[in-house]
Design a protein around this ligand. Structure first.
Ligand code: FES
Length: 161
């Protein structure tokens, strides 16, 4: 259930836009921050706060990869394997990182719940492969295997977001 402060934040966000429904994405971030991901209950509550249908809210949440429709680890690595990066070797780098994290193609989150690794569409750094985004906030480019190892170790050492 969304907290009262989260509901208030959503109402404040709505007031910033000429059309309240334009606040849908920041409102989904508020809910995702509270739940850690977006279960149907969160979608329904955002819909109620926004005056929209659950279908409308769910369609926005499912369109953008930064919204998590299933539980994720404490940190989320979004790894670009879009075509320009794939042509420059991103798929192989992704596979190596999967292997290092002990993940297979069915599993996105490490057994200890620390890290979720996901494919991502273009992150806007196509000439500096591999490119990845951590926790929707920090982009890393030109990552070598050594840099990836160091990043994973730092994320594990850093604990929760
Ligand atoms: S295609 Fe990977 S960053 Fe653009």
């Amino acid at each position: 259930m969304l907290s009262d402060s989260a509901k208030q934040k959503i109402q404040e966000l709505k007031a910033r836009y000429p059309q309240a429904r334009s606040a849908i994405m920041p409102a989904l971030y508020v809910a995702q921050e509270e739940y850690g991901w977006l279960p149907q209950e969160a979608i329904d509550q955002v819909a109620a706060e926004m005056g929209m249908t659950s279908t409308e809210v769910g369609s926005v949440a499912s369109f953008y990869t930064m919204f998590h429709l299933k539980p994720v680890g404490e940190h989320v690595i979004e790894f670009c394997t879009d075509l320009p990066c794939a042509l420059a070797g991103a798929d192989a780098a992704y596979e190596r990182l999967c292997h290092r994290l002990g993940l297979d193609h069915e599993q996105e989150t490490t057994a200890d719940g620390a890290i979720t690794l996901r494919h991502a569409p273009c992150l806007g750094g196509c000439d500096k492969v591999p490119v990845l985004l951590v926790d929707n906030s920090t982009q890393y480019q030109s990552m070598t295997d050594e840099k990836l190892d160091a990043l994973v170790a730092a994320l594990r050492a850093g604990g929760k977001r």
